[in-house]
Design a binder for this molecule. Structure first.
Ligand SMILES: [Zn+2]
Length: 563
């Protein structure tokens, strides 16, 4: 697709931190084979850097690539290639400050039952308990996406991103805005953990504006793991700001963790407690995470690490170790994780709203917190295997975009909704191809980001792996993932509303009226197949994951964090 606003010099629309790797793609023709980075000062441009364009023929398109990572001076810049000019971008250590603030604002707009939410004080009756007929106050929290869902698994992954960002970053607006959002979010998550430790579940029915049904039978396991982490992080955040809230969060996180590691927890694959309303997530979005599954081991390590940081209680470290060892026992080819023992399907193919790279983050936590562990080399090898596999495949994309990787069995997996107009539910084989083979695995040539939340969570893992192994190349691929989200892609389109240019139109669903507004900071779930007439949706896990990724990039790519 071409439009008159598209620029052939495809570059991150926002810009770069001073020490970040800096790369762009040029989709035009070049006679000179070189590019100039021009510095703008008092309306005058001067040459700041000159470099050679490299022509690349890749699995994912051909074109020129330029690298100016050596340019580190803060300033206002543009690229010039044979007289063609790029848009302006900045090199600045606060380049992502406004981005983070706008992303945070998305959550405020999505509040459910608040004067600050886009719908005002909606859903104040939420909490009709299906099993008992009682009403429990489960109002509050957030709508997830282009809908009114308070999806237990989707929303918390987003909210967890705020907590991860707030744990490290201190922007000038943070003390007021981050604190207020974490208060609103924790008010809700303190209500959803029942006395027995299980999290209330909901399918968000009835659709619309009435009070919705909740279930005592527990929420999907991936949801509750993330809720536990969120509460643990809130207990740390509020320790000096609001002692009472901090203690309540910790007490609730402990109760939830005990449930997740105890005897009364559901033992089998998750299934919905009721028929799901059309348009809501089918249960197989959540089924790969259950006790002794690959996904569960990963979550266990991450959440136990957060519990350890919140309590300093060393007994949690044993769960970090168990999680990392469990994950290693589930390794297949090159770091891919089996769903469960004796299976040949991988968890990585089932990443719907499951914070999938939680798996590999579990290994990072174990390596950091247990440097003397007996199996530390096994953990490192598995982490490195996976990062190398994905970077290798990303190197064959001009955008450095990571593909989805599948085992043969994964290709037969079917998920989604069987709508009346469909004859059957298509498999991954039918929807994600064409495929190429690499080391016995199938990877999707349709490389362009199809759910940026997944790619950004992998970028977080790459940043952690960069620190562990000292591999600069992991940092480069992590930056490229943010670059693709912020417009360095085939459509020259930013995935983030109100940040960058050329956003894709959003979907209207007609499940309720009015349709959801075009919220600033909303992140599009990907526009792999978008042309000028199609629409795409925005989604909360992507927004939270972007905040987490910004935080990880800011940790190492700023001047003051120079080694
Ligand atoms: Zn609401």
């Amino acid at each position: 697709m071409m439009n008159n606003r598209e620029n052939p010099i495809k570059i991150n629309h926002v810009g770069f931190l001073t020490n970040a790797p800096k790369r762009f793609v040029f989709t035009g023709e070049s006679q000179s084979g070189e590019f100039i980075v021009e510095y703008l000062k008092d309306t005058l441009y001067t040459e700041a850097f000159r470099g050679e364009l490299k022509y690349m023929e890749t699995d994912d398109g051909n074109g020129y690539v330029g690298d100016f990572s050596k340019l580190k001076a803060e300033g206002d810049y543009r690229i010039s290639i044979d007289g063609i000019k790029s848009r302006h971008f900045i090199i600045y250590d606060k380049a992502y400050d406004n981005l983070a603030r706008v992303l945070l604002g998305y959550f405020t707009y999505q509040r459910c039952g608040s004067e600050l939410g886009w719908a005002g004080k909606c859903h104040t009756d939420d909490g009709y308990i299906a099993e008992t007929g009682e009403r429990v106050d489960l109002s509050g929290g957030y709508h997830q996406s282009c809908d009114l869902r308070k999806s237990p698994a989707g929303v918390v992954q987003g909210v967890l991103g705020i907590a991860r960002y707030a744990a490290v970053q201190k922007p000038h607006w943070g003390e007021i805005l981050l604190t207020d959002e974490l208060k609103w979010a924790s008010d809700y998550y303190l209500k959803v953990i029942q006395k027995n430790g299980a999290e209330y579940n909901t399918l968000n029915a009835p659709l619309g504006w009435e009070g919705r049904t909740f279930y005592e039978s527990a929420a999907p396991d991936s949801a509750q793991w993330c809720t536990t982490s969120f509460l643990a992080l809130c207990s740390i955040y509020f320790e000096k700001r609001d002692k009472k809230r901090s203690e309540k969060c910790l007490e609730t996180a402990k109760r939830s963790f005990e449930y997740m590691t105890g005897e009364t927890r559901r033992r089998d694959m998750y299934t919905h407690p009721d028929e799901f309303p059309m348009g809501m997530d089918p249960d197989n979005f959540y089924e790969p995470c259950f006790p002794r599954s690959g996904a569960d081991y990963g979550y266990m390590a991450v959440v136990a690490a957060d519990m350890y940081r919140a309590t300093k209680d060393k007994s949690y470290l044993e769960y970090v170790r168990m999680g990392a060892d469990g994950l290693c026992s589930m390794e297949m080819n090159d770091g891919l994780v089996k769903i469960w023992e004796n299976d040949t399907a991988s968890v990585t193919s089932r990443c719907f709203y499951s914070w999938i790279f939680g798996l590999y983050e579990g290994l990072c936590c174990a390596i950091e917190l247990l440097p003397e562990a007996q199996n530390i080399n096994k953990w490192k090898t598995m982490l490195k295997n996976y990062c190398d596999l994905m970077c290798n495949l990303a190197s064959d994309s001009i955008w450095h975009a990571t593909p989805r990787v599948y085992t043969d069995k994964d290709l037969d997996f079917r998920s989604g909704h069987l709508y009346e107009w469909m004859t059957h539910l298509p498999s991954i084989r039918e929807t994600a191809g064409p495929f190429k083979k690499y080391k016995g695995l199938n990877y999707s040539q349709k490389r362009f980001i199809t759910y940026p939340g997944i790619d950004m969570s992998f970028a977080v893992v790459l940043k952690k792996a960069q620190k562990i192994f000292g591999e600069e190349v992991y940092g480069e691929y992590a930056q490229s993932i943010l670059d693709v989200v912020l417009g360095c892609n085939r459509l020259d389109a930013s995935h983030v509303n109100a940040i960058g240019y050329n956003q894709v139109s959003q979907c209207p669903y007609g499940q309720f009226f009015p349709s959801t507004p075009n919220i600033p900071g909303a992140i599009n779930i990907g526009f792999a197949d978008c042309d000028s007439t199609s629409h795409s949706e925005y989604d909360m896990p992507c927004v939270g994951m972007c905040m987490y990724l910004i935080s990880e990039l800011e940790n190492t790519f700023k001047k003051e964090t120079d080694k």
